[in-house]
Design a protein around this ligand. Structure first.
Ligand code: PGA
Length: 249
């Protein structure tokens, strides 16, 4: 495990498996990572993680424990425990090995109607229970086309991020997620700089997400305010995922 939050020179590359994955997929990651890093081998220069479906968290501990992969989950409850049917407490995820949790992914903002206030509450509960929240924000195409991108994103920074403590931001323009349309390095850098400017901690880690792959990662990760990536499609195959790691500047 290698989770260096503060050294922005070493990127965090987090795969978001969404509602994909299986024991066989974890096994294929284990095999490819063992071939590359050896059993129990460590990884230098970056943190590589997978945001797994909840059900794969526990078996992942047996299967990929000897790889340098860090694991997390894709959402969590804003509550600690109790009568909340179907929810996952960050405490339970932490006890099973999760180090981080995504909150406020745009798919959940749309499909589960998650609002900023609830996302902030989830992030703060996660912090209290020892998980690093990765707060996802980003504008839609309509918002960008009407010149509102920065206003929308900075409002999300203000309303969804924890009031204090350690957290990571993932800027994911909604129009770039799963579409193959990646933000240009300039568009991404401009937004990341604005997010950093608005954040209380000038050294906060800010990841870019939205169609990142091994052909575009190098240029994106070379931008001064891009400190890693949140990677969907290209994280489902261990070779594609490692190709992003290999292409980092
Ligand atoms: P994508 O997904 O890389 O497939 O665009 C990114 C994300 O949704 O986090």
């Amino acid at each position: 495990m290698h989770e260096n939050i503060t050294n922005r020179a070493e990127p965090w590359l987090i795969g978001n498996w969404k509602m994909n994955g299986s024991l066989e997929m974890l096994e294929s990651f284990e095999l490819v990572f063992r071939q590359r890093f050896g059993s129990g081998g460590s990884l230098k220069g970056a943190t590589l993680g997978l945001a797994l479906p909840d059900l794969l968290l526990y078996p992942s501990q047996g299967i990929i424990a000897n790889t340098p992969l860090t694991v997390g989950i894709q959402s969590c409850s804003k509550w600690v425990d109790g009568a909340h049917t179907g929810e996952t407490s960050p405490a339970m995820a932490g006890a099973l090995g999760a180090k981080f949790v995504l909150v406020g992914h745009s798919e959940r903002r749309v499909n589960q109607i998650e609002k900023d206030e609830e996302i902030k509450a989830k992030a703060e509960t996660a912090q209290t229970l020892g998980l690093i929240p990765i707060v996802c924000i980003g504008e839609t195409l309509a918002e960008r086309e009407s010149g509102l991108a920065q206003e929308v994103v900075l409002r999300q920074v203000n309303d969804s991020c924890p009031a204090s403590g350690t957290y990571i931001v993932a800027y994911e323009p909604v129009w770039a997620i799963g579409t193959g349309k990646v933000a240009t390095p300039q568009q991404a850098q401009e937004m990341h700089a604005a997010i950093r400017d608005k954040s209380k901690d000038s050294q906060i880690r800010i990841l870019y997400g939205g169609s990142m792959n091994s052909s575009n990662a190098r240029e994106l990760l070379s931008q001064p305010d891009i400190d890693g990536g949140l990677i969907g499609g290209a994280s489902l195959n261990p070779h594609d995922f490692l190709a992003i790691f290999d292409s980092r500047p």
